[in-house]
Design a protein. Sequence first.
Length: 143
Amino acid sequence: MQKQTGFTLLEMLVVLVIIGLLAGLVGPRLMGQAETAKIKTTDTQIKMLKGSLDTMRLDIGRYPTTEEGLALLTSTPQDQVIKSLWKGPYIDGAVPVDPWNRPYQYSNTKSASGNPFTLYSFGADGQKGGSEENSDIGFTAEN
Protein backbone atom coordinates (compact mmCIF):
# COMPACT_ATOMS: atom_id res chain seq x y z
CA MET A 1 0.00 0.00 0.00
CA GLN A 2 1.37 3.41 -1.03
CA LYS A 3 1.16 6.38 1.29
CA GLN A 4 -0.11 9.54 -0.41
CA THR A 5 1.69 12.77 0.35
CA GLY A 6 0.44 16.32 -0.09
CA PHE A 7 -1.67 18.92 1.63
CA THR A 8 -5.27 18.49 2.66
CA LEU A 9 -7.88 21.05 1.71
CA LEU A 10 -8.06 22.19 5.34
CA GLU A 11 -4.30 22.83 5.48
CA MET A 12 -4.50 24.85 2.26
CA LEU A 13 -7.37 26.95 3.61
CA VAL A 14 -5.46 27.68 6.83
CA VAL A 15 -2.44 28.86 4.82
CA LEU A 16 -4.64 31.07 2.61
CA VAL A 17 -6.30 32.63 5.67
CA ILE A 18 -2.89 33.39 7.20
CA ILE A 19 -1.67 34.95 3.93
CA GLY A 20 -4.88 37.02 3.75
CA LEU A 21 -4.41 38.28 7.30
CA LEU A 22 -0.80 39.25 6.63
CA ALA A 23 -1.78 41.07 3.44
CA GLY A 24 -4.50 42.91 5.37
CA LEU A 25 -1.96 44.13 7.90
CA VAL A 26 0.93 44.95 5.56
CA GLY A 27 -1.02 46.20 2.50
CA PRO A 28 -2.34 49.47 3.98
CA ARG A 29 1.10 50.38 5.30
CA LEU A 30 2.67 49.85 1.88
CA MET A 31 -0.02 51.96 0.20
CA GLY A 32 0.63 54.79 2.67
CA GLN A 33 4.32 54.63 1.82
CA ALA A 34 3.51 54.89 -1.88
CA GLU A 35 1.67 58.20 -1.36
CA THR A 36 4.51 59.50 0.81
CA ALA A 37 6.98 58.59 -1.93
CA LYS A 38 4.88 60.45 -4.54
CA ILE A 39 4.82 63.57 -2.37
CA LYS A 40 8.60 63.45 -1.87
CA THR A 41 9.14 62.88 -5.60
CA THR A 42 6.94 65.89 -6.40
CA ASP A 43 8.88 68.07 -3.97
CA THR A 44 12.18 66.95 -5.51
CA GLN A 45 11.00 67.55 -9.08
CA ILE A 46 9.75 71.03 -8.20
CA LYS A 47 13.13 71.90 -6.66
CA MET A 48 14.86 70.58 -9.79
CA LEU A 49 12.57 72.64 -12.04
CA LYS A 50 13.17 75.74 -9.88
CA GLY A 51 16.92 75.29 -10.29
CA SER A 52 16.50 74.99 -14.06
CA LEU A 53 14.31 78.10 -14.14
CA ASP A 54 16.91 80.02 -12.10
CA THR A 55 19.67 78.95 -14.49
CA MET A 56 17.63 80.01 -17.50
CA ARG A 57 16.89 83.37 -15.88
CA LEU A 58 20.61 83.98 -15.52
CA ASP A 59 20.99 83.41 -19.28
CA ILE A 60 17.98 85.28 -20.68
CA GLY A 61 17.41 87.81 -17.88
CA ARG A 62 13.89 86.74 -16.93
CA TYR A 63 11.66 83.82 -16.03
CA PRO A 64 9.25 82.41 -18.63
CA THR A 65 5.95 84.17 -19.05
CA THR A 66 2.83 82.26 -18.08
CA GLU A 67 2.17 81.64 -21.78
CA GLU A 68 5.69 80.29 -22.41
CA GLY A 69 5.50 78.17 -19.28
CA LEU A 70 7.89 75.35 -18.47
CA ALA A 71 8.17 74.49 -22.17
CA LEU A 72 10.77 77.28 -22.45
CA LEU A 73 13.14 75.04 -20.48
CA THR A 74 13.30 72.60 -23.40
CA SER A 75 12.17 74.53 -26.50
CA THR A 76 14.09 77.28 -28.26
CA PRO A 77 12.18 80.57 -27.90
CA GLN A 78 10.67 82.29 -30.94
CA ASP A 79 11.73 85.82 -29.86
CA GLN A 80 15.04 86.53 -31.64
CA VAL A 81 16.49 88.56 -28.73
CA ILE A 82 15.74 85.81 -26.20
CA LYS A 83 16.78 83.12 -28.71
CA SER A 84 20.30 84.58 -28.91
CA LEU A 85 20.64 84.46 -25.10
CA TRP A 86 18.98 81.05 -24.55
CA LYS A 87 21.55 78.30 -23.89
CA GLY A 88 19.16 75.41 -23.31
CA PRO A 89 17.75 72.94 -23.07
CA TYR A 90 17.89 73.39 -19.31
CA ILE A 91 16.56 69.93 -18.45
CA ASP A 92 17.13 66.55 -20.04
CA GLY A 93 14.18 65.21 -21.99
CA ALA A 94 10.67 66.57 -21.77
CA VAL A 95 9.23 68.60 -18.91
CA PRO A 96 8.17 65.98 -16.35
CA VAL A 97 4.63 65.48 -15.16
CA ASP A 98 3.86 65.01 -11.48
CA PRO A 99 3.66 61.48 -10.00
CA TRP A 100 -0.12 61.51 -10.56
CA ASN A 101 0.55 62.00 -14.29
CA ARG A 102 -0.63 65.62 -14.44
CA PRO A 103 1.35 68.67 -15.64
CA TYR A 104 2.90 71.01 -13.10
CA GLN A 105 1.17 74.37 -12.73
CA TYR A 106 3.36 77.36 -13.62
CA SER A 107 2.65 81.09 -13.62
CA ASN A 108 4.97 84.08 -13.57
CA THR A 109 3.04 85.58 -10.63
CA LYS A 110 4.82 85.83 -7.29
CA SER A 111 4.36 82.90 -4.89
CA ALA A 112 3.45 83.15 -1.22
CA SER A 113 6.97 81.99 -0.30
CA GLY A 114 8.53 84.95 -2.13
CA ASN A 115 9.58 83.24 -5.37
CA PRO A 116 8.98 85.36 -8.48
CA PHE A 117 6.81 82.58 -9.93
CA THR A 118 4.35 79.91 -8.84
CA LEU A 119 5.21 76.29 -9.56
CA TYR A 120 3.23 73.49 -7.97
CA SER A 121 1.32 70.23 -8.28
CA PHE A 122 -2.32 69.90 -7.28
CA GLY A 123 -1.43 66.73 -5.33
CA ALA A 124 -3.26 63.42 -5.31
CA ASP A 125 -6.78 64.78 -5.91
CA GLY A 126 -5.79 66.95 -8.90
CA GLN A 127 -7.71 69.95 -7.52
CA LYS A 128 -6.64 73.26 -6.02
CA GLY A 129 -6.28 73.24 -2.24
CA GLY A 130 -6.89 70.20 -0.10
CA SER A 131 -5.17 68.67 2.89
CA GLU A 132 -2.62 65.93 3.53
CA GLU A 133 -1.86 64.02 0.29
CA ASN A 134 -4.45 66.15 -1.54
CA SER A 135 -2.76 69.45 -0.71
CA ASP A 136 -0.94 71.51 -3.32
CA ILE A 137 2.81 70.87 -3.34
CA GLY A 138 5.38 73.50 -4.31
CA PHE A 139 5.50 77.28 -4.61
CA THR A 140 1.84 78.30 -4.57
CA ALA A 141 0.24 81.74 -4.64
CA GLU A 142 -1.36 81.14 -1.22
CA ASN A 143 -0.15 79.30 1.86
